[in-house]
Design a protein around this ligand. Structure first.
Ligand code: 13P
Length: 250
């Protein structure tokens, strides 16, 4: 049985006072069930705050992106080692907003994935098709190309501690969730493709679903055979919603 993981992605939301309340609520309630893991990926300036409030709790934390470089003249960038300095366990890599708004292509994403692994972080690699691509019936080709670029750069061994998140772009922040069956189909496809490189690793690999996960639909999604938890945007900003989604993971 794979353990489930529910990770919040705050995106560019928050502020010191608001975060303090949110994290406090999570700390008080999370981890009581103990059947799943829980994490929050916060904007860079709040990593110190997350570390301060979450250290020695059951909740892990992480960044939302990182540089593909280890150090150097890269103004504005943040390295894997810097995230590790602030106790991060996870880092999101290749989120669709990074791909569509900040020019990250499959090769950049692969380089960032490698930097995360080499830096000792657990990457949460995001894959997903746009609405046009789904309607053109090329979902599997798109996912395969996104995945293969990373497999080529990081080798299957790079996935030993990695997490994959299937996030259909059309379901992100739209309120339009993939049906459990639609998500399951793609999750099974991803696991099968990974099994082509290493069957045992593919069986262990956590594959999260992301895109308009809410307390109302979480249990049904997480009940599918290949869905091992969620990557949660909007609902991770509301303590009671995020906690309800964590409970739905068991
Ligand atoms: P929403 O849950 O707001 O749809 O966002 C999903 C997401 O992008 C998480 O990374």
């Amino acid at each position: 049985m794979r353990r489930k993981l529910v990770a919040g992605n705050w995106k560019m939301h928050g502020g010191l006072a608001r975060n303090r309340d949110l994290l406090q609520s999570l700390v008080q309630e999370a981890g009581k069930g103990g059947g799943s893991d829980c994490a929050v990926c916060v904007p860079f300036p709040y990593l110190a705050q997350a570390q301060e409030q979450l250290k020695d709790t059951a909740i892990a934390w992480g960044g939302q992106t990182l540089s593909e470089h280890a150090q150097g003249a890269y103004t504005g960038e943040v390295s894997a080692a810097m995230l590790v300095d602030f106790g991060c366990r996870y880092v999101i890599v290749g989120h669709s907003e990074r791909r569509s708004l900040y020019g990250e292509n499959n090769e950049t994403v692969a380089a960032k994935f490698v930097a995360a692994v080499q830096g000792g972080l657990q990457p949460i690699l995001c894959l997903g098709e746009t609405l046009d691509q789904r309607e053109d019936n090329v979902t599997e080709q798109v996912i395969a190309a996104q995945l293969d670029a990373v497999l080529q750069a990081a080798d299957i061994s790079g996935f030993a501690n990695a997490v994959i998140a299937y996030e259909p772009v059309w379901a992100i922040g739209t309120g339009r969730t993939a049906t459990p069956q639609q998500a399951q189909e793609v999750h099974a496809f991803i696991r099968q493709r990974m099994a082509g490189s290493d069957a045992a690793l593919a069986q262990r690999l956590q594959i999260l679903y992301g895109g308009s996960v809410k307390p109302q639909n979480a249990a049904e999604l997480f009940g599918m055979a290949d869905i091992d938890g969620g990557l949660i945007g909007g609902a991770s900003l509301v303590a009671q919603d995020f906690l309800a989604i964590c409970r739905a993971a068991g």
